[in-house]
Design a protein around this ligand. Structure first.
Ligand code: SF4
Ligand code: SF4
Length: 66
C-alpha cells in the first residue's frame, strides 16, 4: 500500500516543471498538453521537496489515511 498521496491543483499550477526535476522518485510527468501531472505517487517518500520548491502552492503531499 502506498504511503503518501500527492495532489496537484491544476488551476494554480503553471507547469514550470520544478517539482518534476527535483523529485527523486519520478512522481511527476508532462501530459500531451504540456501540463505537469502526477503520473504515479506510489513511490513517493514524502520528502516534500516538490512542495517546498513549488512557487505557486499548487501541491499537497499527505500521509495516506490522513
Ligand atoms: S512546481 Fe508547482 S507550479 Fe511548477 S509544475 Fe510543479 S506544481 Fe506546477
Ligand atoms: S514528496 Fe518527494 S518523493 Fe514525493 S512527490 Fe514530492 S519530491 Fe517526489
Amino acid at each position: 500500500m502506498k504511503k503518501f498521496k500527492v495532489e496537484l491543483f491544476r488551476k494554480m499550477c503553471k507547469s514550470c516543471q520544478l517539482c518534476m526535476f527535483i523529485c527523486p522518485k519520478e512522481v511527476f510527468g508532462v501530459n500531451e498538453r504540456g501540463q505537469v501531472v502526477v503520473l504515479n505517487d506510489e513511490p513517493c517518500i514524502g520528502c516534500l521537496q516538490c512542495y517546498n520548491i513549488c512557487p505557486d502552492f499548487a501541491l499537497e503531499v499527505t500521509k495516506n489515511g490522513d
